[in-house]
Design a protein around this ligand. Sequence first.
Ligand SMILES: NC(=O)c1ccc[n+]([C@@H]2O[C@H](COP(=O)([O-])OP(=O)(O)OC[C@H]3O[C@@H](n4cnc5c(N)ncnc54)[C@H](OP(=O)(O)O)[C@@H]3O)[C@@H](O)[C@H]2O)c1
Length: 298
Amino acid sequence: MEKMVLVAGATGNLGRRICREPLQREASVSAIVRKSSDPAKREALSKLGVRVLEIDLNSTEEIVQACEGMDVVVSALAGLADVIVDLQKRVLDGALKAGVPRFIPSDFCTDYNDLVPGENRNFDLRRTFKAYLDSTSIKASSVFNGAFADILKYNTPLLNLKERSIGYWGDKAGWKLDFTTMDNTAAFTAEVALDDDAPRDLQIAGFQISPNMLWAEVKEITGEEFSLRQISDMASFAELIKKQRADNPAGEHELYAKWQQSQYMYSMFSTQHHNLSNNRYQNLDWTPSLAFLQSFVK
Ligand SMILES: NC(=O)c1ccc[n+]([C@@H]2O[C@H](COP(=O)([O-])OP(=O)(O)OC[C@H]3O[C@@H](n4cnc5c(N)ncnc54)[C@H](OP(=O)(O)O)[C@@H]3O)[C@@H](O)[C@H]2O)c1
């Protein structure tokens, strides 16, 4: 029978990509959106064939109604505690009341299970929700994609096209970092959504690339030798992030405060995906690093 997938956060960058994928796999997709969601984004979802349900996301009862008959709820919501903890809890409660058997939370990050709590604010929010999720009877699966490959475009200290530089922390010039494109993450997530036997945690990486490898691939594309340098040791990096955070209390209310971006980088240089599930599903076309870099490195 046709599987029924409900997506929360469907108007988002990742969410709309996730919606597209099950439709290509002969599943039906519904999306719960709020009144204030951009009409153009809703319209685009409808055009894809998504059943768009405008509901009051503060009402568990309305969420329950939307969840009736669904096989799985996928959350691609993005935000701070009010969204990642509070809203996801409401969506989960609605799914539980409606008897939905499976739930995919909005993790979509580096696998934080082995990282130290307190080091990454956005991961701590996910941990809080995970504790609640895992205390319920629903079968959950998390997709851990490392970083979206797009962050390589943002002139971070890791790869800065303006400064023609590549940076790393500690002695980790050879440390492989996990990246996945948003499209690959969405396609994999759709497979997980349709796979009743999917495990609790799935690590993926479209490509794993070290600063040294990045340097070589950038040279292959541009013919240029970017500067490759150690920015600091890891302990100094951790101290700097604490100071950046203390100096910027307003960042506590920002999803991607500068210190949060540093925390993300620190996490990527602290843990790696060693247990990849990339090959769990057939016919996924993973974008490799060179092709991705060629799309924007000039
Ligand atoms: N690994 C990485 O490098 C990386 C990078 C970026 C994001 N991510 C993760 O990927 C996931 C999706 O992120 P994204 O970039 O696709 O997010 P996005 O484009 O900002 O979309 C966020 C979605 O959440 C909804 N939303 C936000 N606040 C809400 C609220 N208070 N009530 C109801 N809906 C709300 C938005 O709805 P409206 O349209 O109504 O606002 C939208 O559908 C998140 O888990 C995010 O942390 C990972």
